[in-house]
Design a binder for this molecule. Structure first.
Ligand code: ZN
Length: 299
């Protein structure tokens, strides 16, 4: 049973390594956690094996039973030959009780260590996944494409950078991107950029909510570049522009609209920790913030 569990965990980790779709949609910590659990389980199993009484005799006798049969020295009696017959005598206390240690099989232990070493080697040898695994050319063409999309929404020149160093992203209020209000420069996290690269250049739709989030973030920063500084209003416009943006990046119209409707639906939950990001009540079909009042669908 334990062995089967170990094999299952190893298969999961290997699958994550070799199936790009899994790598794209499951964050790295899940297989890492599965593997850590495997190692801990393995160590605990080894420790318990050491602590547990050995042999196949089952339950150890209770102290009362031991007393009744003549005390602890009778636990390991020794057969002694006398001139006429054989007698059982208690084991010599000085020699200590004879403990039969069955030879522990080394193989399962070695197997675990080998698997561990193999996976560590794989981690080192396999190229890093995500934004930093892309070569310079792919990074530049992704930034160029995202800049062009941002410019389209902003109505003027835009320069999107996928800040690998995290200098600019993360220090300002929202964690996934930052933009100069009314300016030309915006930064996105490498995770957002990589998701958009996969969509735009590899036709990989990825996980629904991750892709939806990435599109919404790009559209959000683009609206800041356009000059909007209210976070709630920016979100409202971003969810609407996100439909066309998603389509241009390769989604079907239906999927792009569903993604932005999901972002709008989850907005109150996301805005709980940062109320400024809550879309205003006028962000609705036919409301003041509806960019296409004539259309019946929203966003
Ligand atoms: Zn913002």
């Amino acid at each position: 049973m334990e062995r089967r569990l170990r094999i299952a965990a190893v298969v999961l980790v290997l699958a994550w390594f070799f199936v790009p779709l899994l790598r794209g949609s499951i964050p790295a910590w899940i297989p890492v956690l599965a593997f850590a659990a495997l190692v801990v389980q393995f160590l605990i199993a080894g420790w318990r094996e050491r602590e547990a009484p050995r042999g196949k005799r089952g339950r150890a006798p209770l102290p009362e039973d031991v007393e009744e049969f003549g005390g602890p020295e009778w636990l390991e009696p020794v057969l002694v030959e006398t001139a006429s017959h054989q007698v059982w005598v208690p084991a010599d206390i000085e020699r200590g009780p004879r403990v039969v240690r069955p030879r522990r099989s080394l193989l399962p232990r070695l197997e675990g260590v080998l698997v561990l070493a193999g996976l560590v080697l794989l981690l080192i040898l396999l190229p890093e996944s995500g934004w930093r695994s892309l070569d310079e050319k792919d990074q530049r063409r992704t930034e160029a494409r995202l800049s062009a999309e941002a410019a389209r929404i902003a109505g003027h020149d835009a320069r999107i950078r996928c800040d690998g160093q995290g200098e600019a992203v993360g220090i300002v209020q929202h964690a996934d991107g930052v933009a100069e209000v009314g300016g030309t420069n915006a930064f996105l996290t490498p995770e957002i950029c990589y998701r958009l690269y996969r969509l735009a250049f590899k036709g990989d739709e990825g996980a629904f909510s991750q892709t939806a989030r990435a599109i919404a973030v790009l559209a959000h920063e683009a609206w800041h570049l356009r000059g909007e500084d209210d976070e709630g209003v920016t979100n409202c416009y971003a969810f609407q522009s996100g439909v066309g943006l998603g389509e241009r990046l390769g989604l079907s119209a239906g999927t792009a609209a569903r993604m932005m409707r999901q972002q709008l639906a989850e907005n109150p939950i996301q805005a709980k920790s940062a109320p400024a990001y809550l879309v205003p009540p006028e962000c609705r079909n036919g409301g003041e913030l509806d960019l296409a009042p004539g259309r019946t669908s929203f966003p």
